[in-house]
Design a protein around this ligand. Structure first.
Ligand SMILES: O=C(O)C(=O)C[C@@H](O)[C@H](O)[C@H](O)COP(=O)(O)O
Ligand SMILES: [Zn+2]
Length: 361
């Protein structure tokens, strides 16, 4: 097991990464103020891993008051599902010291985290991510949210977990498509701040996607290290945390514009990063060869490098207008000056954005 820390003063917490962790209930129990919790998972992950986690927790003295199984999929990350979680927490008589434990991917973690942030004004929260995307990104850093009809993650809170338990064994049952989607967020870290990691990924992408244990765990560890550093420096996205949004302005438009059903978040991020690279290249910031390296790595990893054929450019711009990074009505984009060098700017002519979207269709 390897352990990293997200350094946030009194709210600092560990990220444990390694095989066979689900059963080690003490890693969670020792972070809780009281030995009781409610487990939130989904209908896919629950039957696979809830028993192991529950046994480990019970052996460590933690009583599970309820196990809530949500429907699987981003289209269920809604205020209506959140309402159901509040109902169950109240029915289980969860009190202010009862922890909410999220077992699953980004949707479960985001929604359960927002429930934990708001139920009785905040109860202890634990992340047990079981997808690559959640282990390298969603479970770390405290962004919690549900989607709104008009935009992705529009209702949410920054709320940090007590511990992140990333059991790499749980990736054994992850569908290939989900693994690839998580890989898009891994590539993101190389692009925004870690060129050596990007080069490592160019070398090891196929090993990672073939689930070679060493390559996979190295990718998770280096991703989490990058994320932990960014979050420790800028927890609430005053400046540099926004770079973690590379590709997401476009990605959220793709997800919202297609009703959260056809595209996985990571797939939309892959296409969105190509669009951001394309804007950067057209603005004279990113070289032709770096643009090609980015597209080549994503393509070789089986990720989409183009957006949906039928999503109109006007619709992208309409959705992007409510992006959370927008300020005073101006959309702010994360662009690249090179591999490992991202920055945020509002100084992008709309015509260039339109050309980039059109070129990626
Ligand atoms: O942790 C962050 O900060 C990120 O932006 C990570 C993203 O990969 C993640 O998709 C996040 O949920 C996006 O958040 P949002 O604030 O753009 O909705
Ligand atoms: Zn993301």
């Amino acid at each position: 097991m390897k352990t990293l820390t997200v350094a946030l003063g009194e709210r600092s917490y560990p990220i444990h990464i390694g095989p066979d962790l689900l059963k080690t209930g003490s890693l969670v129990a020792d972070t809780l103020p009281a030995p009781r919790a409610v487990l939130v998972t989904n209908e896919t992950v629950g039957p696979l891993y809830a028993r192991q986690l529950a046994d480990g927790l019970e052996a460590a003295g933690v009583t599970l008051l309820d196990r809530i199984e949500l429907a699987d999929g981003e289209q269920h990350k809604t205020p209506a599902t959140l309402e159901q979680v509040y109902d169950r927490l109240l029915e289980a008589r969860a009190d202010r010291k009862t922890a909410v434990i999220a077992l699953g991917g980004g949707v479960v973690g985001d929604l359960a985290g927002f429930a934990a942030a708001t139920y009785q004004r905040g109860v202890p929260f634990v992340q047990v991510p079981t997808t690559l995307l959640a282990q390298v990104d969603a479970a770390v850093g405290g962004k919690t949210a549900v989607n709104h009809r008009l935009g992705k993650n529009m209702i949410g809170a920054f709320y940090q977990p007590r511990v992140v338990l990333a059991d790499t064994d749980s990736l054994g049952t992850l569908p290939d498509r989900e693994l690839r989607a998580g890989f898009a967020e891994v590539v993101k870290y190389g692009l925004i701040r870690d060129p050596a990691f990007f080069a490592y990924l160019e070398e090891h992408a196929q090993a990672i996607l073939a689930r070679d244990p060493e390559a996979l765990s190295e990718a998770i560890y280096r991703s989490c290290r990058n994320k932990a550093e960014v979050v420790a420096a800028d927890e609430r996205e005053a400046d540099q945390r926004a770079l973690l949004n590379l590709g997401h302005t476009f990605a959220h438009a793709i997800e919202t514009g297609t009703g959260y059903t056809d595209w996985l978040h990571g797939e939309a991020v892959a296409a969105g990063m190509v669009m951001a690279a394309e804007v950067s290249r057209r603005a004279g910031l990113l070289s032709e060869s770096d643009t090609q390296r980015i597209t080549a790595l994503l393509k070789a990893s089986g990720l989409p490098v183009k957006g949906p054929a039928d999503l109109a450019t006007d619709r992208y711009l309409e959705i992007m207008g409510v992006d959370k990074k927008a300020s005073g009505g101006a959309v702010r984009y994360i662009l690249l000056e090179g591999i490992g060098r991202a920055f945020m700017t509002a100084e992008v002519p709309e015509a260039v954005v339109r050309e980039a979207i059109d070129a990626c269709r």
